[in-house]
Design a protein. Structure first.
Ligand code: AMP
Ligand code: ZN
Length: 298
């Protein structure tokens, strides 16, 4: 394994050690959690989040896996199966919540509201991750966002000078409401490629295909651009993100423009306004669905 960004080459054993140590150092250095924490690991069935769960479980952290079954056809079916077989193989606790059971499958929400799939899906995921952490008594939510994800997000935020988003783009987000828990990204310093190698070497069976809704997403264009930059100048992805976090992020105003959230009058979760984004989305889907049914019947 040759890693040009680190100017190093590794054998199998050394790579596994390198990867685990890099994740472990990010956890300790950023004070993400410790051995007494109960961690909700959001697992999608992809390489990153399963690699993360593998590292945390091997290091003896207390984890509960959480998978949200999104109802996106065969892709979601395969994703769920990968999470379930990983949990079974390693004797780990996995909770699955199925959106289709509540008639909230992503394709249904998208066709009812005509909202962009990724934004609707993001709102729904955030709600269920927060609710699951609360219900399962977890102190922290860990996601598998890697360096490629974070660098691409940074590029997008910089290109559009999204200052409130830049102010919140950190590997650790402290809760701003009593019903929120801390959110962390322990893989923020490892690349997508490194996570894939780790998963492969550890024999983790993961979903290889991208979400069908992500095809053509701008995020993928940014990732591609950063990969081209990385090929010319190894290490630039890491430097871009790291220098932002060390030098630019601290001088951005800490509070987002919205201020701290209130409480949703419908579901009791944090909300900007009376009703949270999730409840607004669900209500919009229901109203529009009923309106179409009524129009169809008339
Ligand atoms: P994505 O937004 O698909 O790039 O995923 C980012 C991270 O969110 C993943 O690494 C997982 O930790 C988490 N995640 C995404 N989709 C799901 C899901 N359906 N269920 C649980 N966690 C998920
Ligand atoms: Zn709500």
């Amino acid at each position: 394994m040759k890693l040009r960004a680190h100017n190093s080459a590794f054998c199998r054993a050394c790579f596994l050690f390198f990867f685990q140590r890099r994740v472990g150092r990010a956890i300790d250095h950023e004070k993400m959690f410790d051995r007494s924490s109960r961690i909700l690991v959001a697992v999608s069935g992809g390489k990153d989040s399963l690699a993360l769960w593998d590292v945390l479980a091997n290091e003896g952290y207390q984890t509960v896996g959480f998978h949200l079954a999104l109802g996106i056809g065969g892709y979601s079916q395969r994703s769920r199966e990968r999470c379930e077989s990983f949990a079974e193989k390693h004797g780990l606790d996995l909770r699955v919540h199925s959106l289709a059971d509540e008639k909230l499958a992503i394709p249904d929400i998208v066709s009812a509201t005509r909202r962009p799939a990724c934004s609707a899906c993001g709102t729904i995921k955030r709600h269920y991750f927060d609710a699951a952490a609360l219900e399962l008594g977890c102190d922290v939510i860990a996601t598998g966002h890697n360096l490629d994800d974070e660098a691409a997000r940074l590029l997008g935020n910089v290109l559009h000078w999204q200052l409130p988003h830049l102010a919140r783009q950190r590997p650790v987000l402290e809760p701003t409401h009593p019903r929120f828990v801390r959110k962390v990204k322990p893989l923020f310093r490892v690349t997508e490629y490194e996570a894939a190698i780790y998963a492969f070497l550890r024999g983790i069976d993961y979903v290889v295909d991208e979400c069908p809704n992500a095809v053509g997403a701008t995020q993928l264009v940014y990732k591609d651009m950063l990969n081209r930059l990385e090929a010319e100048s190894p290490g630039s992805k890491l430097t871009f993100l790291q220098d932002f976090l060390q030098r630019a992020q601290p001088v951005l105003p800490a509070a987002s423009a919205d201020g701290p959230p209130q409480t949703c009058t419908q579901c009791g979760m944090p909300a900007f306004g009376d009703v949270c984004g999730y409840c607004r989305l669900v209500r919009e889907a229901e109203t529009k669905r009923e309106r179409r049914l009524a129009a169809g019947a008339a």
